[in-house]
Design a protein around this ligand. Structure first.
Ligand code: SAM
Length: 243
C-alpha cells in the first residue's frame, strides 16, 4: 500500500491541489495521444524544435490555458527532497498556473522555520494571464504559500539573470529546448550540492538531448540519476571539483 501524502498543509490547500491536478490531467489527456502531454511525440513535434511543423507561437497559444502541472507524485518527491536537504532557496523554471509552486512554497516555509535561514521560491512565467491565475490560486491557499513566492513574469532567460540568491534547488519544468539555457543562466548561483530536477527526461529524451549531454559530461560537475517516475524525472546533484 502506498504511503499517505507527506504534504503538511491546511485542508483547503490539499483540496485545491487535488482539484488542480485533476484538471491538469484531464486537459493533458484531451490533447495527447498517450494521455501525458509532455511525453508524447505530439508535444515534441509542436514544441518548436521542428518549427516547420508547428511554429512556436502556435504551441504557446495551445498551452495558454493548460496547466501541464508536474505530476502529483513528483510534487510529493520534491516536497520531501526540500525538507530532507533543508533547501530554502528554490528556483522553478516554468510556473504556469502555479501548482508545483504551491508544494515548493509549503516545503520552503517548513525548512525556513526549521533552520532559521532566509529563503524563497522564485517562480517564472512568461504568460501574464497564467501568472495572474497562479497568483489567484496562491491567494486562495493563503499567507503560508503566498508569502514564500517571488514570481518573475517574463522570459526566464532574462528574469533569472539577476537578483538570484545562492540556489539550493532548481526545478526545470519548462519546454525542453529551454532547459539547458535555463540551467546555464542559474548555474553561477548553484551552491555546491544543489539539486537540479528536470521533468520528463525519459519520454522527452530527444528534446532534452543537449541538457542531458551537458549534465552527464563529467567536467560539468553533475552527478545524475534518472528517477523512475512516469516519463522520467532526472535528479542531478551539483558537485563540481572547484566550487
Ligand atoms: C510545464 S509548464 C509548468 C508547470 C508548473 N511547474 C506546474 O507544475 O504547475 C511550463 C510553463 O513554462 C512557461 N514558459 C515557457 N517558456 C518560458 C520562458 N521563456 N520564460 C518563462 N516561462 C516560460 C509556459 O508558459 C508554461 O506555462
Amino acid at each position: 500500500m502506498p504511503s499517505p501524502s507527506p504534504i503538511e498543509a491546511p485542508e483547503h490547500v490539499l483540496q485545491l491541489l487535488s482539484q488542480l491536478h485533476k484538471i491538469s490531467l484531464e486537459q493533458e489527456a484531451a490533447i495527447s495521444k498517450t494521455g501525458k502531454v509532455m511525453s508524447s511525440d505530439v508535444l515534441d513535434d509542436l514544441e518548436g524544435k521542428q518549427p516547420d511543423r508547428a511554429p512556436k507561437s502556435e504551441f504557446d497559444t495551445l498551452m495558454l490555458d493548460k496547466f501541464i502541472a508536474l505530476d502529483e507524485d513528483k510534487c510529493h518527491f520534491v516536497y520531501q527532497l526540500i525538507n530532507a536537504t533543508g533547501a530554502t532557496n528554490v528556483v522553478e523554471a516554468g510556473t504556469s498556473f502555479g501548482v508545483s509552486t504551491i508544494y515548493l512554497a509549503l516545503a520552503v516555509a517548513k525548512t525556513k522555520a526549521a533552520t532559521g535561514k532566509p529563503g524563497k521560491v522564485i517562480g517564472t512565467e512568461k504568460e501574464i494571464q497564467k501568472a495572474e491565475t497562479a497568483r489567484k490560486y496562491w491567494k486562495q491557499c493563503g499567507e503560508v504559500v503566498e508569502r514564500e513566492i517571488d514570481l518573475r513574469v517574463g522570459d526566464l532567460l532574462e528574469t533569472l539573470k539577476e537578483d538570484l540568491p545562492e540556489v539550493d534547488l532548481l526545478l526545470l519544468d519548462i519546454w525542453s529546448a529551454l532547459a539547458l539555457p535555463t540551467l546555464k543562466t542559474v548555474l553561477p548561483k548553484l551552491r555546491y550540492g544543489a539539486v537540479v530536477l528536470a521533468d520528463n527526461t525519459t519520454s522527452g529524451a530527444k528534446g532534452y538531448a543537449d541538457l542531458l549531454a551537458y549534465l552527464r559530461a563529467p567536467e560539468n560537475g553533475f552527478h545524475n540519476t534518472t528517477l523512475p517516475y512516469t516519463n522520467g524525472f532526472e535528479m542531478s546533484v551539483y558537485l563540481p571539483k572547484s566550487k
